[in-house]
Ligand binder design. Sequence first.
Ligand SMILES: [Zn+2]
Length: 51
Amino acid sequence: MQMATDDNLVDPSDACPLCSERRVDLLVWIDDDHVECTMCGTVYQPGSPHA
Ligand SMILES: [Zn+2]
């Protein structure tokens, strides 16, 4: 049995900026730099670039 854990959540810095969605199942990579939140439809660049 699988419990919901943080393993299924992205880092807070990678969460949807509009609705704060963090569930990986609902965040879809559309290219190398952009994620689409399927909850609200927002496309954004998660987190900050690796310095
Ligand atoms: Zn969202």
